[in-house]
Design a protein around this ligand. Sequence first.
Ligand code: 13P
Ligand code: SF4
Length: 311
Amino acid sequence: SLKGLDLRAEIDRLRAEKNAVILAHYYQAPELQDIADFVGDSLDLSRKAEATDADVIAFCGVRFMAETAKILSPQKIVVLPDMDAGCSLEDSCPPDQFKAFRDEHPDHIALTYINCSAAVKALSDIIVTSSSAEIILSQIPKEQKIIFGPDRNLGAYLARKTGRDLLLWPGVCIVHEAFSETELLKLKAQYPGAPVLAHPECPGHILDHADQVGSTKAILDYALSSPSEVMIVATEPHIIHQMEKAAPHKTFIGAPGADGNCNCNMCPYMALNTMEKLYVALRDLAPRIEMDEELRLAAKKSLDRMLDMAG
Ligand code: 13P
Ligand code: SF4
């Protein structure tokens, strides 16, 4: 039993003993963010995973993020505290259906959001994250036809922002899809002048009311540099932990779902990881991400293109 263990101390001990680095996404529970060596958005986490000289990467995030770490650092042991930590965007895009879609549109290249399986990465030309998508799009010739998947909200946002025509795969993030426009408007009326910070995985009817749209890292940077004292945050609410830590005098309010609060917008996949499971993962070096070498090399091509083009 893990009862009575000082999990923080045990995790620190195992991290040193196994020469491990703990990476965490902003959507993880506060105690996981606090014990991590590095907290970041998807692009920063990929770069850290590639650059670290640790023997073990303990990834507090979802499976596609840990897979990305393994693709970029195959010689390392990559553990994910809960192997069931998936993503609705990944689930929306089975590789066989994605391949059929590509085959129907042979004149299109596939620009693909990092929130997908390694198999879909292997079927793609260039991977993007929400923080790298615009700079990457700007380097693709205007006449080039492009499939964008699996997130149709991010795709529609990019199409509108850049004036490009993107052929969209119909996937969504269940978390960002759950924000209510009616409840957001009520909150805005309650806090006049409070800027709305939104992730581009939000549908257009939420983004229409946003003052700033960007990746988790971009939203965090904006929140900290803005002179506003009160802000409304339309993304997974665990990021508010970093905002409150860095700017304790400011007020950050999570955008609500249809029930009027933000609890329904917590990511159920991210929530599977806990301190107990992180401890066990470091102790047992399991569950581990394992990947077929042929698949890894195929997926690495599109990921490497992103890392080159993101600057
Ligand atoms: P970013 O941290 O890259 O903005 O990604 C958001 C997200 O939904 C990850 O699952
Ligand atoms: Fe996937 Fe959305 Fe959860 Fe991110 S927040 S892991 S996109 S379901």
